[in-house]
Write a protein that binds this ligand. Structure first.
Ligand SMILES: [Zn+2]
Length: 559
């Protein structure tokens, strides 16, 4: 296995370092000795052979090239147009430590004076640094907000009681934020730490200080980065322990305006909703003890993964074993270092890491994407290794029967195809087999969904997807010649009589009409298309056949 080269060679870069470094495109034949910046995998089996940070050896290059010539799908190298890949232009070097000092203290040892300093710093960052809210659900008030947003105007918009009117104003602000004009404005913003106009409406000095005092009363750790010359705080990492309930009310999870001193009943999340979601995604109860962590870097000079990582390392040295064994739940921005790390690691992680007792867990925007972070580098490599392994066990771990499942079937492991569903008895045409049960997510297209949701989300509208990992529905395999169809948007039913022992399958294209692609279909049927794309890609004759048997999702027919 080439993977072992990555994990055992001490001379190469960590994944995150490679991921955050400058890259260039070169031909794979020139890559020997260069450091990889992207992931390359053969399918099947789909396990990466090259991941960012790994050095290309002559062996790796010739393996990949001959695999391609032997007809394998090599994902990540565009052999057809010359075999281009991404590599690092240079190995990043650091002089951050020279100009800044990093120090971690126990929260209980933070003085009143420092607490005020932290609160003011936190407040400044809250407004000037790109700030994004984390949302679990499409109805969650904590929607992602772009960095370029006019926060002052946004804060004012929150007081518009009429929902439609408020929506229109906010939509206008968002489109302005995404326009060139808004982006330009933001450049000035992020290059200074001066507070923007309207700042007082978004946060309140007294409220911020009280809130920080309150948060620092919980057992925890504070890591501060100070400029060596001025002694100003330029970076903050705060980790604290609390029950889920405590965190819910004292973080912005309950009230997005918690720092402002304003109250807007409509924006409050209901505890029952939140607890239900946490139970569903992570198996957490309100009384579960957790760590949460907030990070902030304000000075443009210290932005980026390196300082973030140094802060994490410094804190990790002090974290007590009791706290380190707790899961960590926190929000992360939808861009920037934490996001890049999240994306990088998520390619190798799945739901359920939390239950494994990993010390740090980040929540991806709108998802339950998780990854462990606080660890020595060697330990982290072990975690990555374990994560790659647990990814393969994902389906098996997360099959939980649902009440709506048909009783006359059995779920078994079907070789390379993963889980599959077989009839244990005769089943009449039109019988319900399973329902996709879970939350509804909105995304422009399937590829915008978090990685571990993509293959387990069913499209129910132009931009809506239902995701839920419980029940039989996710175990049903795709076939280009299926015996089941989909109705009522999420219900899989038999489209003809089924014999005992027959495998139950459906054609994902009966509801999927986004950019999602199944790279290599293994259905084995005579009319297999190899690559499986969306509904639009179906032959007119097949479309007609599916429609005559009512196998197509209602939303497609409305289009
Ligand atoms: Zn097929």
């Amino acid at each position: 296995m080439t993977n072992s080269i990555y994990f055992d060679d001490p001379n190469i870069l960590d994944l995150w370092e490679a991921y955050a470094s400058p890259t260039e495109r070169i031909c794979i034949s020139q890559a020997a000795g260069r450091i990889a910046a992207s992931t390359i995998r053969q399918y099947p089996p789909g396990i990466p052979e090259v991941i960012p940070g790994m050095i290309y050896s002559e062996d790796t290059i010739s393996n990949l090239t001959s695999a391609f010539h032997a007809g394998a799908d090599v994902i990540g190298v565009d052999f057809e147009s010359g075999g281009f890949i991404d590599v690092l232009t240079e190995i990043p070097k650091s002089n951050l430590v020279k100009n800044f000092k990093i120090k971690t203290t126990y929260a209980e040892n933070v003085s009143e004076e420092t607490c005020v300093e932290i609160a003011d710093f936190f407040r400044a960052g809250f407004c000037t640094a790109p700030y994004f809210h984390f949302a679990f659900h499409k109805d969650d008030p904590l929607r992602a907000l772009p960095a370029t947003l006019d926060y002052a105007a946004w804060a004012q918009s929150l007081s518009i009681v009429n929902k439609t009117e408020r929506g229109l104003v906010q939509e206008r602000l968002l489109s302005l934020a995404l326009s060139t004009e808004g982006q330009k404005k933001n450049e000035d913003l992020v290059n200074s730490i001066h507070l923007p106009e309207g700042f007082h409406q978004w946060t309140n000095k007294t409220t911020c200080r009280l809130l920080m005092r309150d948060r620092l009363q919980d057992p925890g750790y504070v890591t501060l980065v100070r400029d060596k010359r001025t002694n100003d705080i330029v970076g903050l990492l705060h980790a604290r322990m609390g029950t889920l309930e405590r965190l819910f009310y004292s973080e912005e999870w309950h009230d997005p305006l918690i720092f402002s001193g304003l109250k807007h009943v409509e924006l409050l999340d209901h505890p029952e909703n939140f607890y239900k979601k946490m139970k569903f995604h992570f198996g957490l109860n309100p009384s579960t003890r957790l760590m949460t962590i907030s990070a902030q870097l304000l000075d443009p000079k210290v932005r980026g993964g390196e300082m973030f990582y140094l802060m994490m390392r410094d804190m990790a040295k002090m974290v007590s074993p009791i706290h380190a064994s707790l899961p960590i739940l926190c929000e992360i921005p939808s861009e920037g270092t934490a996001h890049i790390l999240n994306v990088a690691i998520n390619e190798r992680l799945v739901f359920g890491a939390l239950k494994n007792g990993h010390p740090v867990v980040f929540c991806h925007k709108k998802s339950a994407a998780l990854f462990p972070f606080i660890a020595e580098k060697s330990h982290w490599r072990q975690i990555l290794k374990a994560a790659a392994k647990s990814e393969r066990q994902f389906n098996r771990q997360h099959f939980v029967a649902s009440k709506s499942d048909c009783p006359d079937v059995n779920v078994i492991l079907n070789g390379g195809m993963g889980l599959a569903v077989f009839a244990t008895d005769k089943i009449k045409s039109g019988t319900r087999i399973a329902i996709f049960e879970g939350e509804t997510y909105e995304a422009e297209h399937a590829l915008a969904l978090p990685v571990e949701m993509r293959d387990h989300a069913v499209q129910t509208g132009p931009k809506t997807y239902v995701f839920g990992y419980k029940g039989l529905a996710h175990c049903l395999c795709h076939s280009c010649d299926p015996n089941c169809g989909i109705r009522n948007l999420t219900e899989i039913f038999t489209a003809r009589d089924i014999e005992k022992g027959e495998q139950l399958t459906w054609d994902y294209r009966c509801t999927e009409n986004s950019t999602w692609v199944l790279e290599k279909c293994l259905c084995g049927s005579k009319r297999c298309t190899g690559i499986v794309r969306n509904y639009d890609s179906l032959l007119p004759t097949i479309k007609k056949e599916y429609q005559s048997k009512n196998m197509l999702s209602e939303w497609l027919l409305k289009e």
